[in-house]
Design a protein around this ligand. Structure first.
Ligand code: NCD
Ligand code: ZN
Length: 348
């Protein structure tokens, strides 16, 4: 069957994005606000967003960085540390400041040095969150340097997730940016208390792409892309209609200088074409009819929020992802699939 040339869906939300701060924030928020109504804002700033006061100040800076006509809503998260006070989480949730809490294992990824050293340190916080029905967002990778980087997500399931979900049987958890078939299977086995976000880049690239003709630092992110069979499992999950899986871009800009370095930063900047990239991936497996559930319905349902009322329309129209974005004289950022042609475009 020939697929149609336009697609109208409820306005989507991004359930995992890095907007950064300062001059980068001011340049990039508009990309996320172009198509998304709401987004879960990652708290891994320097210093991290660990309190209500810091979250409110950051939310204000985000609001100030938005175009005047935007009605985009940032949903703030609290960066969990061994020292987080359960009461701060409870107040933050009840006061509508924190939508969720982000659990970075210490040392797992960019700006995660002050993350959690062991689940036993945060049991008071998890108790409170379980009672509140407040989602815990986990960066699901073990950090042991002797564990192969391609195995870190799978091992995290056994070592951290299974015991934590059993100790806190009513805790709502999002397994962020999943990359493996093991994560897909585990999420499917846990019913509605465990959700998972899937990025556009993990639907489109596999680990070989990082080494195509040479090393490609702009395709390096964490969790790192895995082999073909895992990408297939992610595509299958995202397009299955299963409401445990929803959109989270993990758009994570770094300057070209930071990426093209002897020790390049992890992170892929997908915000400028986010919805189009997902449409591209869904179209490749003839599943555009499943895009709305994944992008616009499953996430709000998990978070207990209404789906957006407005819609967006995508048209089948070739266009080129910009080659780069200039933040200021010194800082330039390369978007995912820079210079490549995408087949779908969201109408302004
Ligand atoms: C993220 C970043 O740069 O902040 N990087 C990434 O590769 N995804 C951090 C993260 O989400 O792991
Ligand atoms: Zn992230």
């Amino acid at each position: 069957m020939k697929s149609p040339n336009t697609l109208t869906i409820r306005r989507p939300d991004d359930w995992h994005v890095h907007l950064r701060d300062g001059i980068i924030l001011n340049t990039i928020t508009a990309h996320t606000a172009r198509c998304f109504q709401r987004a879960i804002i990652m708290p891994n700033l320097v210093p991290p967003v660990t309190t209500r006061a810091l979250a409110m100040q950051y939310r204000k800076r985000i609001a100030e960085s938005l175009p005047d006509d935007s009605n985009f809503t940032p949903l703030m998260t609290c960066y969990l540390t061994d020292e987080t006070d359960p009461q701060e989480i409870q107040l933050g949730f009840n006061e509508g400041i924190f939508a969720a809490v982000k659990f970075y294992p210490a040392g797992a990824t960019t700006n995660s040095a002050s993350g959690v050293s062991s689940v036993s340190k945060i049991s008071g916080v998890l108790e409170v969150m379980q009672d509140l029905g407040m989602p815990l967002l986990v960066h699901g990778e073990v950090t042991d340097i002797d564990i192969d980087i391609f195995d870190r997500e799978e091992i995290y399931i056994d070592r951290v997730l299974i015991p934590m979900l059993s100790d806190f049987p009513a805790l709502k958890v999002v397994f962020e940016h999943i990359t493996t078939s093991q994560a897909v299977d585990y999420v499917r086995s846990q019913g509605s208390r465990l959700g998972a976000t899937i990025t556009a880049h993990h639907l489109l690239i596999e680990r070989n792409d990082m080494f195509k003709g040479g090393i490609r630092p702009h395709l390096y992110c964490l969790p790192v892309a895995k082999r073909h069979a895992h990408r297939q499992a992610l595509l299958e999950a995202a397009t299955s209609g299963d409401n445990s899986f929803f959109l989270g871009t993990d758009s994570a800009p770094h300057s070209i200088v930071e990426k093209e370095s002897a020790c390049g930063c992890a992170g892929i900047f997908s915000a400028p074409a986010a919805v189009e990239l997902y449409a591209h991936a869904f179209d490749q497996v003839n599943s555009l009819d499943k895009l709305e559930a994944f992008a616009s319905l499953n996430g709000p349902a998990f978070y207990g929020l209404p789906a957006n009322k407005e819609t967006i329309t995508l048209v089948r129209k070739d266009w080129m992802v910009p080659l780069s974005f200039q933040v200021d004289e010194a800082v330039e950022i390369l978007p995912f699939m820079a210079g490549e042609t995408l087949r779908w475009r969201v109408l302004p």
